[in-house]
Design a protein around this ligand. Structure first.
Ligand SMILES: [Cu+2]
Length: 513
């Protein structure tokens, strides 16, 4: 399969028919140039012999239900990278897309457990702009009756995906999407009104549009809203999109990460702002707002908002910070816009109604973790003298000293004195494997699952993804070393790898002699 590396520019772009700010225009043009290079070599034949299309009877007369299997996508040990691949798996004729249901499967059609293979995101780009997207919440996009996303066969599709392998074992997966489609010129297509995607992203214009949420941030309510509670983000306001023609919004739904409570879509017109919809994270997770066992609410079938040229749509994401830090978080709202259509004025009529989840609990989220996992309690282990130069190499998915999975001397926590620090070096980085050293509450030795471990240590530290990647489009921190803070007080500190949460370790700060 051809895998295209994109350069230092953004493809998370502003949507069709929406004015773009100059900063984004530059990144769009850059993305367009690179993707034009990428697309000609990418076709169904380069994806692999088993890339496939299945046409089934649709839910209504005249509607085709088409299942596309994009792959096999080869997943390397510990993979956590962002990829762009050409995508010819789309309808052959013009028409309208009424419904879009994404998923991730193995070759046999079963869905990987989310604590094993994790769909960080997939974005279906059409003509270099996002059309649909999926994360582990796997929201289903449904156009209201009488509307459909407009589609032409000459639209250039590119698959942007980040599939995260939480284990050291390579595998192969398929990104699947079930599309309900009506061909143009058929009776069923008569009168169907065009939809375009409006993409609001709190970090729009970045290929990896993420922000960190730290435990305890966000004031007394321990709820942190981005960008409003970040002075830096409020200076750039990447979350805003200006609408450049009159029309009607007919639906919206949000995307966020574990810890997220909701995303809000707002409209600003003539200096006034009104909330249009709150997409709530409804957690099935027994432990609460801490995992991917969640579904997002979407707007009801009859939701409409009339928009005027010059209106500004904006998004915010609110996270719970009472229990854990949430690194590399997202906040996106994906809306469907019908140019030229009309709808209620949201300043005169309240449109901010409760939504509905688009699916229930998913089986792949059933392994929650946290039960006894057989690992020791590092607080009871004998201390090891500090390693040479107080450096711990990370290699083969093991922390070289103090890994809770190692027995004997190697498993003992390296011990330093107050004012010193332990230095970690990721020796797996040359195999494109990133690791982190992230604080979790001791003993941090429970079984790995989607809700365990959490970044919930009493002293907050996080190394970032130690490794290198293409500038501007990677989770990598662009370094392979990290030192523990020198200010840490005596005690035993446990940590895990956010990329490979089965990796656990400890270090100790000894009392002053
Ligand atoms: Cu790791």
């Amino acid at each position: 399969m051809s895998r295209k590396r994109c350069g230092p520019c953004g493809t998370w772009s502003r949507p069709d028919r929406v004015a773009r700010v100059p900063r984004l225009l530059a990144s769009l043009l850059c993305a367009a140039g690179l993707l034009i290079l990428a697309v000609p070599s990418a076709s169904a034949s380069t994806i692999g012999a088993t890339a496939s299309t299945t046409v089934q009877p649709g839910p209504k007369p005249g509607v085709q239900r088409i299942l596309y299997k994009f792959g096999p996508v080869r997943i390397t040990p510990g993979q956590n990278t962002i990829e762009f691949e050409g995508n010819e798996l789309k309808p052959d004729v013009p028409g309208h897309i009424l419904r879009f249901k994404p998923d991730l499967t193995y070759a046999d059609g079963t869905v990987p457990r989310v604590d094993v293979i994790h769909l960080h995101h997939a974005v279906w780009l059409s003509n270099f702009r996002p059309l649909f997207a999926a994360g582990e919440e796997k929201t289903i996009f449904n156009a209201p009756d009488g509307y459909g996303w407009v589609y032409k066969p000459q639209d250039k599709w590119v698959m942007n995906h980040m599939i995260h392998n939480l284990t050291p074992s390579p595998t192969r997966v398929y990104i699947t999407y079930e599309v309900d489609f009506i061909p143009s010129g058929t009776a069923a297509d008569a009168g169907v009104r065009d939809l375009h995607t409006v993409w609001n992203d709190v970090e729009a214009g970045k290929v990896y549009p993420v922000f960190d949420v730290h435990k305890g941030e966000g004031g007394r309510d321990r709820r942190y809203t981005y960008p409003q509670e970040s002075a830096r983000a409020m200076r750039s306001r990447r979350d805003q999109v200006r609408i450049d023609e009159d029309g009607v919004l007919v639906g919206t739904a949000g995307h966020l990460h574990p810890g997220g409570l909701w995303t809000d879509l707002r409209l600003t017109r003539d200096g006034r702002t009104v909330r249009l919809f709150r997409s709530k994270a409804e957690y099935f997770e027994p432990a609460g707002a801490v995992s991917w066992d969640v579904a997002m609410t979407a707007t009801p079938e009859n939701w409409r908002v009339g928009l005027k040229k010059g209106d500004v749509l904006s998004v915010s994401a609110t996270y719970d910070t009472s229990r854990s830090s949430w690194y590399e978080s997202m906040g996106i709202m994906i809306s469907a816009f019908n140019p030229g259509g009309t709808g209620p004025d949201p300043f005169a009529t309240s449109v901010d109604v409760p939504g509905k989840v688009t699916h229930g609990h998913l089986r792949e989220n059933r392994n929650h973790g946290g039960a006894f996992g057989g690992l020791p309690d590092a607080r009871r282990l004998l201390a090891a003298p500090p390693a040479k130069s107080r450096t711990v190499p990370i290699s083969g998915f093991l922390y070289g000293q103090g890994d809770l999975g190692m027995t004997g001397r190697k498993g003992r926590p390296p011990t330093i004195r107050p004012g010193q620090s332990v230095r970690f070096v990721n020796r797996d980085a040359d195999r494109n494997i990133f690791h982190t050293i992230t604080s979790c509450k001791a003993p941090c030795n429970g079984a790995t699952g989607i809700a365990y471990p959490l970044a919930d240590g009493p002293v907050r530290f996080d190394s970032g993804n130690l490794g290198f990647g293409p500038e501007g489009r990677t989770a990598a921190a662009q370094r392979i070393t990290w030192r523990t803070p020198k200010t840490i007080r005596p005690g035993t500190y446990t940590y895990f790898c956010r990329v490979h949460p089965f990796m656990r370790g400890a270090f100790r700060v000894a009392k002053k002699r």
